[in-house]
Ligand binder design. Structure first.
Ligand code: ADP
Ligand code: TRP
Length: 331
């Protein structure tokens, strides 16, 4: 039997280059050899989004991105998290075996506490890792392609699965593994910090060429002049170019940096050209489907139907194990 790859992405804004390289591309590539289940995490987005129209639109938007980037809806299941409300039921079952201490150690909660806003954050933020664990465990997932910032959530997921299995004395939930793209640590943003929506330092891969060029020109550099010798290892433009260039192209730019007489403007132009050529076909496909709501909803519905039998199987298992729900006779 094929192993299952599962991942989710929150519909909070436009996917950026970090999302694409860290999660979207690896996830889509896995559809070749895995049973691929991917979803838009609208329940998770509710911890911050309070605009129903924007939320629905964003779910379809993310769906269009995945399809444009090559998700094959006839092979992979792509669906909306909230179309499987059983994840909330499983969240509760997991909550009852999860210690407060585990959740208090979560990076996002700790960060909120450090900012002194502990009393103002909603319970959804605190319990976010439990919902994420339910998302993963409810599909008997084997691998979870994510960026390295999600590793802690995966460890917590394994911990919760073990706690549940130990509490009810059986192997009910399967322990998943994180799949981090090899050689890719974290994609840097315009200012050199991790590219992230929350830092306002993103590059949007499917922008029209003119706007894409504008964003690339905003990548921050030091103030060396055209003539100065430059250090590729500490340069943000070079780090981004590395993600798209061939080995030969990269060593050429390296030579240009250390040789002097090569400006950051030149490097940014080279980076823009590489990115533009790489993303042009995806952009075209995205433009063709982005407003086709019926098509996008039909893909989500088809995905929901695909994953439903697995959900029913796993929920039957955990209900029996824990003693909730009426006992059904096995078929
Ligand atoms: P953001 O930090 O912009 O809010 P998300 O938390 O929504 O991004 O991340 C969605 C997915 O993209 C996750 O799997 C995450 O690990 C991955 N990801 C986000 N930013 C980066 C980055 N800069 N480099 C690599 N992967 C990333
Ligand atoms: N927490 C993930 C993020 O911020 C999104 C997510 C929700 C997820 N549920 C998931 C990722 C399940 C993988 C598996 O990016």
């Amino acid at each position: 039997m094929r192993k299952r790859s599962l991942s989710g992405i929150k519909p909070t804004g436009i996917p950026h280059l970090g999302n694409y390289l860290g999660m979207i591309r690896p996830a889509i590539d896995l559809q070749e050899s895995y049973d691929a289940f991917y979803f838009v995490a609208d329940f998770h987005a509710l911890t911050s989004v309070k605009d129903p129209e924007a939320l629905r639109k964003s779910v379809r938007h993310i769906t269009a991105y995945f399809l444009a980037f090559g998700l094959d809806a006839s092979r992979a299941a792509f669906f909306r998290q909230s179309d499987i409300p059983e994840v909330c039921e499983l969240t509760w079952l997991l909550s009852c075996v999860t210690h407060m201490g585990l959740l208090e150690r979560a990076h996002s909660y700790k960060a909120a506490k450090d900012q002194g806003i502990e009393k103002e954050i909603n319970h959804g933020v605190f319990t976010y890792p439990v919902l994420m664990a339910a998302d993963i465990l409810i599909y008997d997932s084997d691998v979870v392609p994510v960026g390295s910032d999600q590793l802690q959530h995966l460890e917590m997921t394994r911990d919760m699965a073990q706690k549940f299995n130990a509490a009810f004395k059986g192997e009910y939930l399967k322990l998943p593994e994180a799949r981090i793209r090899e050689g890719l640590a974290t994609v840097p943003g315009l200012d050199g910090r991790k590219m992230s929506k929350s830092y306002d330092n993103i590059i949007e891969p499917l922008l029209a060429p003119k706007q894409l060029r504008k964003q690339v020109m905003l990548v921050q550099t030091d103030s060396k002049t055209l003539e100065d010798v430059k250090d590729p290892s500490s340069c943000n433009v070079f780090a981004l170019y590395k993600l798209f260039a061939s080995a030969d192209e990269l060593s050429q730019m390296h030579e240009d940096y250390v040789g002097g007489g090569y400006g950051y403007g030149h490097a940014k132009q080279a980076l823009f050209e590489k990115m533009d050529a790489y993303f042009a076909p995806y952009r075209e496909r995205f433009e063709a489907i982005r407003d086709d709501d019926d098509y996008l909803e039909s893909v989500l519905h088809q995905g929901e139907l695909r994953v439903r039998p697995i959900v029913e199987e796993v929920m039957d298992r955990v209900r029996r194990a824990s003693g909730v729900g009426k006992l059904k006779t096995r078929p």
